[in-house]
Design a protein. Structure first.
Length: 196
């Protein structure tokens, strides 16, 4: 089974995270950040990855450290669970509608981390969550996972819908990209012979 467990402890956060790529989308999320709990629950469901997360962070300061460090840990777990990436489809994309919002995401499990986005959110807050932290999360995730990740808002005016659409779209793109291609199950999807 393709799975990984990551533990990270700093002066700002203490995180334990378990990820299984060949799961059913079950999750137990306790990030200490309510909105991120909601987003990661959606992420697990739509990716069909099993995800368990517990984070104790310095949220009395703000949510930044917890959100970024969780992105780091999830990226590290994703990279570790993929192993040498034999047989994966490598590429995945999804255009996801959510009410007035339409989000496009595309992922390449290339071994090289990059995050590019055009994901303007019209409000600075969703509840008490700072919307600028969505970029911090996806940047940390993509760089540590070693994937190229693009997200584009094609339309949308509700910040909650835009954020939720992004997490769902990315989840479905990664589900496609990490899936084993039965026609090339013993092959690496690169002329280099390695995805690194």
């Amino acid at each position: 089974m393709r799975k990984a467990e990551i533990k990270r402890e700093t002066k700002e956060t203490k995180i334990s995270l378990f990820l299984e790529l060949d799961g059913t989308g079950v999750s137990q999320i306790n990030s200490g950040v309510g909105f991120l709990d909601h987003m990661l629950t959606l992420f697990a469901k739509h990716s069909r990855f099993d995800l368990r997360l517990n984070c104790t962070g310095d949220t009395q300061v703000d949510d930044h450290h917890s959100v970024e460090d969780i992105g780091i840990c999830l990226g590290q777990a994703f990279r570790e669970a993929l192993g040498n990436k034999t047989g994966i489809c490598r590429y995945g994309d999804c255009i996801l509608p959510m009410d007035e919002t339409l989000i496009l995401s595309a992922a390449d499990i290339s071994g090289r981390g990059w995050y590019e986005a055009d994901l303007e959110l019209p409000t600075e807050k969703i509840g008490d969550f700072d919307t600028e932290l969505i970029r911090e999360f996806f940047t940390a995730f993509a760089l540590n996972a070693g994937i190229t990740l693009h997200i584009r808002k094609l339309c949308g005016i509700n910040s909650h819908h835009i954020a939720e659409g992004a997490f769902k779209s990315v989840a479905r793109s990664l589900r496609k990209a990490a899936a084993i291609d039965p026609e090339f199950a013993d092959d690496i999807s690169s002329t280099k012979g390695i995805l690194a």
